[in-house]
Design a binder for this molecule. Structure first.
Ligand SMILES: Nc1ncnc2c1ncn2[C@@H]1O[C@H](COP(=O)(O)OP(=O)(O)O)[C@@H](O)[C@H]1O
Ligand SMILES: [Mg+2]
Length: 293
């Protein structure tokens, strides 16, 4: 039933055409939720912004929202979703550069988003070849592709996992969610083999849980080397960002969520920023404040 991993890889490579591998290959970052409402879309979008503004990872970045039924990427950025599935679902080869350009939504920052309008009452899915075509085309034109995955496992899920360079599972700090994360890791290994390593980000991470809650040591026990970092809980920041349709760093460039994520996604730049903000920016801001006051 499911095609072997090697076959899928070679199909993707063949579709990418000759010469693709010599060029600086685009990097695909895939975000998968371990439960509902854990912050997958929030972290995928913020990752996309950080890559888009990155000085080390190439500039152009596109977000692909694979939540066809209830995607939120466009909404969170206050953009109009323009990806029209019906136009290509029966002939995915029709999707070419020109059509892609028409179907992309563009954020003021330059970040691009490929997202379909949400139709709450419609049960929609893509065929695998449509998803492959989409991702192939997007990765041909962008340095970085960030995929926001749905919770449901579709027939094309395996293909997307196999095509990913980095895979992040977003979890929260509850026992059921961490257990489900373990099962998800297992399922990923069973379907995609050892080619993609699932990295787990624990969102709304609490350093010190009073009473009997989950602690950092428990997270490490349960997830082992898959755990790559926690993201601070900062509802005010995240809410203000989505209500205004802007990235988190527009609200506060030094916000905990921004820095926590950067340490995971762009560790080489996170170190530099922290050092700089302590020595230069910190001082500068202190002086400004004193002047203003
Ligand atoms: N680090 C965080 N701190 C506080 N609230 C958060 C954080 N990350 C996400 N949220 C909030 O959690 C809710 C779900 O986020 P969302 O990104 O839509 O999750 P998902 O895509 O997994 O369903 C939203 O209300 C969002 O503002
Ligand atoms: Mg979401």
């Amino acid at each position: 039933r499911t095609p072997p991993a090697d076959l899928v890889r070679s199909v993707i490579r063949a579709l990418q055409g000759p010469g693709r591998e010599e060029n600086s290959e685009s990097q695909i970052y895939t975000f998968m939720p371990a439960a509902g409402g854990v912050g997958t879309t929030t972290l995928a979008l913020q990752t996309a912004f950080q890559l888009h503004h990155s000085v080390t990872r190439g500039a152009s970045t596109c977000v692909v929202d694979l939540n066809f039924q209830q995607g939120a990427c466009a909404e969170y950025l206050d953009l109009e979703p323009r990806f029209d599935i019906t136009e290509i679902e029966n002939q995915p080869e029709r999707l070419d550069r020109q059509l892609l350009d028409v179907m992309l939504s563009k954020h003021a920052s330059g970040l691009c988003v490929l997202a379909a309008p949400t139709r709450p009452s419609e049960m929609r899915s893509f065929k695998t070849d449509v998803v492959v075509r989409m991702l192939d085309l997007v990765s041909a034109y962008f340095d970085n592709v960030v995929i926001d995955m749905p919770r449901t496992w579709f027939p094309w899920t395996e293909t997307v996992l196999l095509g990913s360079n980095k895979l992040y599972i977003v979890a929260e700090m509850t026992v059921p969610c961490l257990r489900h994360t373990q099962r998800l890791i297992q399922a990923i290994y069973e379907t995609a083999g050892k080619e993609v390593k699932p990295n787990v980000i624990v969102n709304r991470f609490e350093q010190k849980m009073f009473d009997s809650g989950i602690k950092q040591a428990d997270v490490q026990d349960i997830l082992g080397e898959h755990f790559v970092g926690g993201i601070s809980n900062n509802y005010r920041l995240v809410r203000e960002a989505v209500d205004r349709g802007v990235p988190l760093h527009d609200i506060d460039p030094n916000a905990n969520v921004v820095n926590d994520l950067k340490k995971i996604i762009l560790p080489e730049e996170a170190v530099a920023t922290t050092a700089k903000s302590k020595s230069l920016f910190g001082l500068g801001r202190g002086l400004l404040k004193r002047k203003a006051g």
